[in-house]
Design a binder for this molecule. Structure first.
Ligand SMILES: Cc1cc2nc3c(=O)[nH]c(=O)nc-3n(C[C@H](O)[C@H](O)[C@H](O)COP(=O)(O)OP(=O)(O)OC[C@H]3O[C@@H](n4cnc5c(N)ncnc54)[C@H](O)[C@@H]3O)c2cc1C
Length: 417
């Protein structure tokens, strides 16, 4: 009688082939490891949780990482550079600007639709040697057995048992794999919903990204190809429900009242989507034969556009620690000392970005008069204080702290490693 369970042995099994999980697999493919990627939803399918209609602001370090993975040339055509960031508060006098040229940079990053990033990553995975993609398939559970970790997977109603030296949880903010491995997390809801859409404005965006704080929630307007703009408009959940149901003309009028006329009149709005916003953080980045990356390690408010950039640095750091250990002759990629090296590298970056993002939400989320005064003064002072701008610009280009090789444009494997 044949065994109904397919068994697959590999070195690395990645649960979740979203933006971060797929990038990690591509980063490690050149090491020759046998890699399995398990993804619940086929890219291109409507409502994909990672490759959807959002647009993402990519830091320069993220662009360099994609270049190193060999996928940037497939995205570049649709990427729109950000040359300036403009921060303002509705009804207040302070304005802050960060200018790429002032910082000696060509751009502060790029904006790309998530589905374009997803298509390039998945094309790369299809041709990557040693990578097996299992999709659409669900990781059901994970257990430890001797010197391996097992993943029980459901693929088209058929069970698969994957045995790996190391499992990576890249399955998003509510990571079931992280929980199954006994790693706790904290989570707090902001009581805010992000409305995501695209708009066409009367004036060209001129490669400026706008961040505007209003008493009802922040607005981000990002430059896109064809002169369009990507919009993330944050409101209280009941307000978001009302706005989502409005006819286009009324929606545009309410948006215009909140955003102002920096881009002239807003002429057209595309399809609208909504996301509940929360902060979540894994207690640890590692456990026995498991590493946590991306949104499974931390889910952030999109106010500062840092979530994916931070998550991709998780993947680049883990890939670097694994590649260096392999080069040094340590074949066991689930080794506890290797994983500790990854965890201690990630702690500071995570702490800094979580504090920065959460701090912004709280600072601009209060209506206390004294705080409003401080914010205006802060924005003005920021605009004329070069060191603060330089520090903020380093953060926005993803170049603060110890930066992984891929994010610096240095190959993972090669003479430098
Ligand atoms: C409105 C909004 C705007 C944003 N804008 C920005 C921005 O401008 N810049 C930025 O850096 N970040 C931004 N982010 C954050 C960014 O989208 C996330 O950080 C990013 O999606 C995280 O990628 P991930 O691969 O870790 O997780 P996800 O994107 O959540 O992917 C997880 C994947 O795991 C799969 N999966 C889940 N469970 C299972 C299972 N049991 N078995 C198999 N597969 C499974 C899912 O199908 C999915 O594909 C934004 C977020 C929001 C909500």
């Amino acid at each position: 009688m044949t065994d109904p369970v397919r068994r697959l042995d590999c070195d690395l099994a990645i649960a979740g082939g979203g933006l971060v999980g797929a990038s990690l697999a591509l980063a490690l493919a050149p090491t020759g490891l046998r890699i399995a990627v398990v993804e619940a939803v086929m890219p291109g399918a409507g409502g994909h949780p990672s490759y959807d209609e959002r647009t993402t602001a990519l830091a320069n370090g993220t662009v360099r990482t994609f270049q190193g993975l060999g996928v940037w040339r497939h995205m570049q055509r649709e990427a729109t550079p950000i040359r300036r960031i403009h921060v303002s508060e509705q009804g207040r006098f302070g304005v802050a600007r960060i200018d790429a040229a002032e910082q000696g940079l060509e751009s502060l990053g790029c904006v790309l639709p998530n589905r374009v990033i997803g298509a390039a990553l998945w094309d790369g995975l299809r041709s990557a040697a040693g990578v097996e993609v299992i999709a659409p398939a669900n990781v059901v559970s994970t257990t430890l057995e001797d010197s391996t970790r097992l993943l029980a997977v459901e693929h088209d109603g058929n069970p698969i048992e994957i045995r790996a030296r190391l499992v990576v949880a890249a399955d998003g903010t509510r990571s079931a794999v992280r929980e199954q491995a006994g790693i706790g997390s904290e989570r707090w809801d902001y009581g805010q919903t992000a409305i995501v859409t695209t708009m066409t404005a009367q004036r060209f965006h001129d490669h400026v990204a706008y961040e505007r704080f209003t008493p009802d929630g922040p607005i981000a307007v990002l430059p896109l190809a064809d002169g369009r703009c990507g919009v993330v408009w944050t409101r209280r959940p009941e307000e978001a429900v009302r706005l989502l149901a409005l006819p286009d003309a009324e929606f545009l009028a309410e948006f215009q009242a909140a955003f102002g006329f920096r881009l002239g009149r807003m002429l057209k709005v595309g399809a609208r989507y909504s996301y509940e916003l929360a902060m979540s953080r894994s207690e640890r980045h590692v456990g026995p034969r498991i590493a946590i990356v991306g949104a499974a390690a931390q889910g952030l408010h999109p106010i500062a556009g840092q979530g994916f950039n931070l998550g991709l640095r998780d993947a680049a750091c883990l890939a670097e620690v694994i590649a260096d250990n392999l080069a040094a002759g340590c074949a066991d990629i689930g080794d506890a000392a290797l994983l500790d090296g990854y965890a201690s590298w990630r702690e500071q970056d995570q702490r800094r970005i979580v504090a920065f993002t959460d701090g912004l939400v709280r600072l601009f989320g209060t209506s206390l008069g004294v705080m409003r005064g401080l914010r205006s003064a802060g924005l003005l002072a920021f605009d004329i204080f070069p060191p603060a701008k330089a520090a903020m610009s380093r953060l926005s280009v993803g170049a603060a702290g110890r930066v992984p090789r891929l994010a610096r444009g240095v190959p993972l494997i090669g003479p430098a490693s």
